[in-house]
Design a protein around this ligand. Structure first.
Ligand code: C2E
Ligand code: CA
Ligand code: CA
Length: 738
């Protein structure tokens, strides 16, 4: 799977709502900033409009102190200041309190706050208010550079305290001679704080308690504002949170749908691919060996045809459940497509894995009490990854698609079989798979370009060494792959169905060749063409062959049709029908590969065949001993008694030829006489055959003539030995491409 897709799917699968969370955080930050800005405005307003007057009052006290301290008695100065009706105290440079009035609620540990006041910007020291926050209600704090931080959240959380405090304090009146500065009657909220005021050059400091006094209107506005702010914050927070939750749920649902298989309701291929790859690359999986398995339910299609798609889906669901039930820790399973499942299994020992897979297959066979199903499993084994130093490392480049593809390739080696089975991947399968793919890719072009050639392998009479027939065998002379023997393509064509086109091609080409040779005056013999088993399911096969041959204009007796023995196990009735019709049209019909494995003597009894071709296996290896000879001679006898001719295939040595001749075998097709050869070489064979026949006929004639002469000259001298194959040239093994 490519990186981009992996990333996309991973985002969906893992559902990490990075974006949502990030936007949630951004929104919160923005919200805080708005709230902060609004709160600052409010506090600014309060400080500017409410604290300014208090500061002026305190400043006034400071001026009184400065001007009077030297002129009048100290006690009088304090009396003047006391008259102001404010709690205050004066301390010197050492921090010792010189005088105090009222209740000192300020904290010495509290931070000094420098409120940049606007009276005189030139001298910071004299013109800034030093705000000492009340320890009980610390509303303001200050940073190291002297800037005030309004602790607005503290203000909000302390609204109740403030109200309480206010109710305790009541509506105090300032009174005194500075009373005109600010009329506090009507204040409902008084926020106390202590302000330091340097007292001229004396080095003393006046620390006075001031109040931020909020009247009913201010308080109402403030409460309203704070309430609005609180509501705004709350609403925004809820909206964002709800959206975030919704997004999470949506992602989770989307991922669920995306990774759920529609038929089984279990996991699907995409899940398997992503989860599997992710897992296999993780460090958790690095110490284990795994098998990626392609498990196919072979009879699924038939089951759906006989029942219904819904029943098929139900069955797939049960298979999925069964497989999942049999999974161990760290293993996974998903349906891929059709009736294919992917499994990721852990194993330690290959034999144990094989047994486990066989058990799974066996268990699945009986998943339904009424049927026995077949399952095939192909497995690719994934070992432990090690670095060049032999140390176990994570599988960094694990590609699940490749592993699964290998498993599929392995499973496909069982194609054509309906039986259950288990197979393991090996590298040669990749080469096979590649070959199959390239053949399939080129097959159509090859037939259109006539790249397939007909080779002819002659059949000889072992008694007379006379050419009696030939078999047409395909060869592919490919511009890409060179000379390709049939063994490398016919099984592929049989599986993919292209074989029927090949059969048509061969019949047409053989008919054309025969027609041309007949027209040239050759003494032609029947040429047999292989017709594949797959072709025999076509009801009108006999008519198709007839029409093809008729189109070329070749007399039917020059075409023989070979049916492989295994075809006789298919629909016997239909086969009998086709054979009968072919014979009715004048074609010779033979049974190929008799004795190759599934011999059915019954078929011989039932089918009106002309020729029995004894399989080459009779003349190879172990089969060719004395017992083999007995079987061959009995087969020839049986064929004769059923009025069939016999052809022995794969005969390579003279002893076999002699033996077959002695048993009355009609024809021999084997390397002893000739290998399959191209059309022009076969033409030469036909010519040689004719010449030999002519020579033989002439020598017979000459012998007869000589006899006659001698009879005339010396009548009664006795008969001459004619010899059975006088004058026939020894063919032996003939070279040529196979
Ligand atoms: P087959 O029909 O049994 O063909 C006989 C095979 O035996 C041929 O192999 C032939 O070359 C080989 N043969 C004959 N005599 C000897 C011998 O003395 N020694 C040895 N070692 N081999 C011998 P070939 O041509 O490779 O064909 C293999 C198979 O491919 C054929 O077996 C047939 O089943 C299939 N085939 C070939 N051509 C066609 C075709 O045109 N159509 C179809 N459907 N199948 C074909
Ligand atoms: Ca054949
Ligand atoms: Ca054969």
């Amino acid at each position: 799977m490519d990186k981009r897709r992996r990333k996309q799917f991973k985002a969906l699968r893992t559902g990490h709502p990075f974006l949502s969370i990030a936007s949630f955080i951004v929104m919160c930050v923005m919200m805080s900033m708005i709230v902060w800005g609004l709160a600052s405005l409010i506090v600014n307003y309060i400080v500017d409009s409410k604290l300014g007057a208090e500061y002026n009052d305190l400043q006034y006290m400071g001026r009184v102190y400065e001007e009077a301290i030297d002129a009048v008695d100290g006690e009088d100065v304090y009396r003047l200041l006391d008259a102001e009706g404010r709690d205050y105290y004066i301390f010197d440079l050492n921090g010792d309190i010189l005088y105090e009035h009222g209740e000192n609620t300020s904290s010495l540990t509290a931070q000094n706050a420098f409120l940049l006041y606007t009276d005189d910007e030139e001298d910071d020291n004299t013109n800034r208010i030093m705000v000492r926050t009340d320890t009980k209600i610390p509303l303001l704090s200050v940073d190291e550079t002297g800037h005030i931080d309004y602790n607005i959240f503290e203000v909000i959380s302390r609204v109740d305290d403030l109200m309480e405090y206010t109710s305790e304090v009541g509506t105090a009146s300032a009174g005194g001679w500075a009373g005109e500065i600010f009329n506090i009657s009507g204040a409902v909220v008084k926020i106390p704080m202590w302000i330091d005021m340097p007292l001229g050059d004396t080095g003393n400091v006046l620390c006075g308690k001031v109040f931020i006094k909020l009247n009913m209107t201010d308080a109402s506005w403030l409460i309203l504002l704070f309430a609005l702010l609180a509501i705004l914050v709350l609403v925004l927070f809820i909206v964002i949170l709800v959206n975030l939750i919704k997004e999470l749920v949506r992602r989770r649902n989307a991922a669920k749908i995306f990774f759920t298989d529609l038929s089984t309701h279990g996991k699907n291929w995409m899940w398997f691919l992503l989860r599997g790859e992710h897992y296999m690359r993780s460090s958790v999986a690095k110490r284990d060996t795994f098998a990626v398995v392609n498990l196919v339910f072979v009879n699924y299609r038939n089951f759906c045809i006989c029942h219904s798609i819904a029943d098929g889906d139900e069955l797939l669901r049960r298979i999925d459940i069964y497989l999942n039930k049999n999974l161990r820790r760290k293993e996974m399973c998903a349906r891929v497509t059709g009736a294919e499942f992917a499994l990721l299994l852990r194993f330690n020992d290959k034999k144990e894995l094989e047994n486990r897979l066989n058990d799974l297959v066996r268990g699945l066979q009986h998943i339904d009490n009424e049927h026995i199903f077949h399952f095939q499993a192909g497995a690719d084994l994934i070992g432990i990854a090690r670095n060049p130093g032999g140390k176990i490392v994570k599988r960094r480049y694990f590609d699940m698609e490749i592993a699964y593809n290998n498993a599929c390739t392995t499973r496909s080696t069982m194609d054509g079989s309906e039986e259950s089975g288990v197979a393991f991947f090996d590298e040669s399968m990749v080469a096979d798979r590649k070959w199959i793919d390239s053949v399939q890719e080129k097959q159509r072009q090859a037939i259109e370009n006539e790249e397939f050639q007909v080779y002819y392998q002659p059949k000889y009479d072992p008694q007379t060494d006379e050419l009696k027939g030939a078999e047409a065998l395909i060869r592919w002379v490919s511009p890409d792959f060179g000379f390709v023997p049939p063994g490398k393509i016919i099984p592929i064509f049989e599986k993919n169905g292209f074989i029927t086109e090949i059969d048509h091609y061969m019949i047409t080409h053989v008919a054309r060749d025969q027609k041309r040779w007949l027209d040239l005056g050759f003494k032609c013999v029947p040429v047999s063409v292989n017709v594949s088993r797959a072709h025999f399911i076509e009801a009108d096969l006999a008519e198709q062959i007839r029409d093809m041959v008729d189109e070329v204009g070749t007399p039917h007796e020059y075409i023989e049709i070979e049916l492989t023995e295994s075809a006789f196990f298919d629909d016997k009735k239909a086969l009998l029908e086709t054979i009968t019709r072919l014979k009715g049209y004048g074609f010779v019909v033979s049974m190929d590969d008799f004795g190759s494995g599934y011999s059915s003597l019954n078929s011989l009894k039932d089918m009106p065949l002309d020729v029995l071709k004894l399989d080459a296996e009779f003349f190879r290896g172990e089969g060719s001993g004395v017992r083999g000879e007995i079987v061959v001679s009995e087969a020839i006898r049986l064929a004769k008694s059923l009025n069939m001719r016999t052809v022995a295939e794969g005969v390579e040595v003279k002893e076999q030829v002699d033996f077959l001749a002695s048993q009355g075998c009609d024809m021999i097709q084997g390397y002893y006489y000739a290998k399959p050869m191209p059309g022009p070489d076969y033409e030469t064979r036909m010519k040689d055959n004719e010449a030999n026949l002519r020579r033989a006929a002439e020598s017979v004639e000459a012998a007869e003539y000589g006899l006659f002469e001698r009879g005339l000259d010396a009548a009664g001298e006795g008969t001459a030995d004619l010899g059975s194959t006088a004058g026939f040239e020894e063919v032996g093994t003939v070279g040529g491409e196979v």
